[in-house]
Design a binder for this molecule. Structure first.
Ligand SMILES: CC(C)(COP(=O)(O)OP(=O)(O)OC[C@H]1O[C@@H](n2cnc3c(N)ncnc32)[C@H](O)[C@@H]1OP(=O)(O)O)[C@@H](O)C(=O)NCCC(=O)NCCS
Length: 187
């Protein structure tokens, strides 16, 4: 079984588990339509955020397909949650791990999402034995594409009109990186 050292810090951020006390901060960004725009679902209601926090506090397993680890991201020295990063075990057998991020736009453009994503990329490869890390994102989500590229991921697929969102056909990019590519990149 993998034991993670949580919370952990980066240069400017603390990554920790969510708690029920984070409701206001979570709803402040998950409730915005501009945040949900490329997530293929509506913004979360406050009630959905309550349920999501309960699930996040309970879910720390990392063994079976579908297990996920969601981290609240707080600037060091501030109690405030400014966003979240997530790792999801897409295939335990094949070491396939999906990475994702959602941030409060009030804290955008400071590199926080990239810094937190870089930290969990390291977690995925160095501690969780990921073989391949991938991200799926709407082709219009240029901020996310830039994060993938800063992490050193390759754009390896362009899925055309594979999703339907509120009457709009969505197309997605898949970005990915293998463990050996991550190691070579760091060397
Ligand atoms: C995707 C998302 C996280 C991107 O946010 P972001 O603010 O662009 O990302 P970062 O926090 O990493 O900030 C990066 C920017 O900060 C800038 N920056 C400013 N100060 C910086 C610093 N000290 N260090 C690093 N970067 C800094 C970078 O140059 C970069 O700018 P650029 O994108 O114009 O090149 C955000 O738009 C979001 O949460 N969207 C809604 C949810 C979503 O779509 N999630 C993804 C689903 S696949």
């Amino acid at each position: 079984m993998t034991t993670l050292s949580v919370p952990f810090s980066t240069e400017r951020l603390l990554l920790r588990r969510f708690t029920p006390d984070d409701l206001d901060d979570l709803y402040a960004y998950q409730g915005l339509s501009e945040v949900a725009r490329y997530l293929y679902r509506p913004p979360l209601t406050r009630e959905r955020c309550v349920r999501s926090l309960a699930r996040r506090a309970a879910g720390t397993a990392w063994a079976e397909d579908g297990d996920d680890l969601v981290f609240a991201v707080c600037p060091v020295g501030e109690a405030k949650v400014v966003g979240e990063v997530v790792l999801k075990l897409a295939s335990a057998r094949a070491g396939q791990v999906e990475i994702g991020w959602i941030f409060n736009p009030a804290y955008g453009g400071r590199g926080y999402a990239t810094e937190a994503a870089r930290a969990i990329t390291e977690l995925a490869f160095a501690e969780l034995d990921a073989h391949r890390l991938f991200a799926r994102l709407d082709v219009l989500n240029t901020g996310s594409a830039r994060i993938c590229e800063r992490l050193g991921m390759r754009r390896e697929a362009h899925l055309v009109e594979n999703a339907l969102d509120d009457g709009r056909w969505g197309s997605e990019y898949v970005y990915a990186m293998l463990a050996r590519e991550w190691k070579a990149d760091r060397a």
